[in-house]
Design a protein around this ligand. Sequence first.
Ligand code: SAM
Length: 301
Amino acid sequence: MASTYNPMLQNDDRYQTVLKTFWKFSTQHQVQREFIRSTLPDILASIGNGKSQMNIIGVGSGEGKLPKKCKVDVEMLSQLRLKHPGLLLENEVVEPSAQRIHKFREMVADMSDLDPVKFIWNQMTASEFEEQWRQREIKKKADFIHLFHVLYFVEDAGATISFFQSLLEKNGKLLINIVSGKSHYMNLWAIFHKELRPQKLEVPFMNSTYIKKLLDKRGVPYQSYELQCVLDITACFTEGDETGEILLDFVTHTIFFSKTASPDLKQRILRRLRDAQCSVEKDGRILFNINQEMIILEALS
Ligand SMILES: C[S@@+](CC[C@H](N)C(=O)[O-])C[C@H]1O[C@@H](n2cnc3c(N)ncnc32)[C@H](O)[C@@H]1O
């Protein structure tokens, strides 16, 4: 796998397990699907006017799908095709993980109804993609670019947004999906950041509030939508439970957290997770608030 800054990605097999478990125990796929089906179509209506081809870039697309048949990237392509029938779609995928991009390619190969979509596969990080784009002096513009839960992994989220926004065609849209700054997830990170991520203290764990402040400071207009989302962390409170340990890796963004963290840190994190500042108990399950935000940017004028 190409190098990325986030320590979570140093063991891609474990990270893959973490992602799969997270999707199983969170409502993220429902939340994304609901947004893509109900709100995104209106956002996409105004792009690509009068063109015969529309260019899309998906950054950090992973497998391009989530469990329970929610094929996130494909769902977005379907919405584009519904809004702009007859247009040729060219979809660039930027994803550094060999195993996830392979799964995405396999899924696409099995979908005959995706025929009018041409895929370009870039197994690389967002910054490698940017470097390649600049070196080759590519002039192509994109009508729709999406960055779903990928800004936690890039070296400089602000620079990444600026680069991709600069690629937008007139009327183009950039869609960012990121954990909400108002989520309980961020309450936890506000307390434990110093211990969980001592090598990166200059910026908080990436979240929507940080991104929106950055955009405000630059005078970049945006639209945003807060989405309710929870992660069932009940298993984290059973000592030695494998699912619980995997979910703790997700929560702390640390590979094999239970094996590598001090017992004291683990106890303090578990105590905090159980606190009303982080979770609620419903029907015997402990639900951690991991609300998300969708932020939409226009092309620079
Ligand atoms: C949390 S997953 C999100 C997957 C999917 N977009 C979703 O919303 O479920 C993050 C994805 O970003 C990829 N990734 C990690 N670092 C990246 C980088 N620097 N540039 C682009 N993608 C990256 C990971 O390999 C992973 O597939």
